[in-house]
Design a protein. Sequence first.
Length: 691
Amino acid sequence: MELLYQYAWLIPVLPLAGAMLVGLGLISLNRFTNSLRQLNAVLVVSLLGAAMVLSFALLWSQLHGHETYTTTLEWARAGDFHLNMGYTIDHLTSLMLVIVTTVAFLVMIYTDGYMAHDPGYVRFYAYLSLFSSSMLGLVISPNLVQIYIFWELVGMSSYLLIGFWYDRPAAADACQKAFVTNRVGDFGLLLGILGLYWATGSFEFDVMGAQLQALVNSGQLSALLAALFAVLVFMGPVAKSAQFPLHVWLPDAMEGPTPISALIHAATMVAAGVFLIARMYPVFEGIPIAMDVIAWTGAFTAFLGATIAITQNDIKKGLAYSTMSQLGYMVMALGVGAYGAGLFHLMTHAYFKAMLFLGSGSVIHGMEAVVGHSPQLNQDMRLMGGLRKYMPLTAFTFLVGTLAICGIPPFAGFWSKDEILSSTFAANPFLWLVGWLTAGMTAFYMFRMYFRTFEGKFRGNDREIRQQLLSAAGVTHSEVAFGPGAMDTRELKAKAHEHHDPHTGHSEHPHESNLAMTLPLLILAVPSALLGLVGMPFNNYFEAFIHPPTEVVASLASEAEAFNWAEFSIMAGSSVGIALIGITLASLMYMRGKIDPDALAKKIQPLYQLSLNKWYFDNIYNSLFVVGSRRLARAVMEVDYRIVDGAVNLTGLVTLLSGEGLKYLETGRAQFYALIVFGAVLGLVIVFGVT
């Protein structure tokens, strides 16, 4: 068994090797490498599959009580400064390794069907492999510096994947937006790392936590300064996990291919932020101010994401805001001290959200046969409906994921979300209220998405709706309202100019996706339905396994004896009840037609516009930072032009004029020089004679 741990470093190295081999082939023998499309895919998927098998073996070992394994080597030394690099395998690491490798493995299989006809097929697999390797390296990192290195590699990989279709202006803008927004959070993270090292002299998580607490208790370090360092570190997860106010990049990341949307939003980039909070728990849990900041940030983000998602009409963007909201739940849980509940939701969410995104990709793939390769049409739920008849496997798996995220028992999301709400209620009832209301909105917008996509009559052949959408996209400038969920016409117009393909397909009806796409969906449906059973509150195997490093968990038998069924029934009943209310409202609006969404939108027009315009955050940031920085640049340019350049030009002018004047005094004639001397002497005599 020890041999298994000695070779655990292969887990991130294997996908990295695949990315390097394929990448070198693309650089040196591009045409030949692209001609071996399937072979490259098999290589990359096989290497990640080997890493997945090794990850499961490590998880099995940790489940059976193997102690934490850490191996390091000295990477750099300068005086008293020592920097070690290596890897660590503990309960949290082994769990995250399995989550990342399984989701990435299934996404890669799905990619073969989704990207089959894309000319960048091989390049996409190379990027996926690099992305997976970066996340796996982050997970096994034993200290904060090594995490930061892989943290930046994850950011770079996401930049490449979001902007994969770089010839599309929207994709190019989206990857830059994601990159710049994450740099803001990463700068704060870097400052926090340096501050913690200055205070504690270490980059090790447990050492930093113990030292910081000791310094604060002894009065050698201000509690406010310690909180500042912790909040600066938290800025990294705020950006990576799309928390308010650095959440604006996440919906734009949908410009990348759907497989990468599934990977980013389920198991890699956004999960990295939650993982770092959990890894830094020895530091955060001893600083109440930092924990409050984390909890309130998560709660507001959960509410914000849900309120925006209820009016989204692009199926991928609706899921993107859903991800943002669910990440808020996880961050809120970690902030109130529910360490196990937050990570439990991270695990369950990874599987059902990956399935939902891959399901949306299957829908888009099917819609392309009818409406063509136009995102403003094949991703628009107003042109869907009735797809369950044509895509039964996709519809079934999407329904499973929808029930899971809505918290309907016994699906996985119920157990994890209920544990978060119960823990939050014990810590802060107001935060619980925010989470409870968000749960109702989640059920509403998810079943709104399901009903509009899979139930009712298929609307993809309705030429009138198509023309109205295209008119809103750029043919005319009039806004076309279709009730809650209408896209912002500016978004449609931007997308319309990116694609010049005919907005018609080759079929009257959509079709079910191929096996490479439906098989991952069916596999992911299993954990989405059943995985929550490992964390049932009266028999919580997950909590016993993943408990915080500073906490000793009682046995399952004693926990079962102390379990309060009445409290569980009330809390679970309230969360399921609000979800059922949301589902009922969605059914009355979008399934049965008893409530007119358009009429309702007109009655609450300010709130509807607030949601439709994403709380105007993009507009505010554009005015403050984009337009503001341009104005500042122009002001600086004016200062440079008029003052700096003016001073330089004035110096040159004075030199020029003085030179021009003096040249007439340099005649080379002795008589003229004598006259000048005589005149100077005469002037001095007159001056001194008068005085």
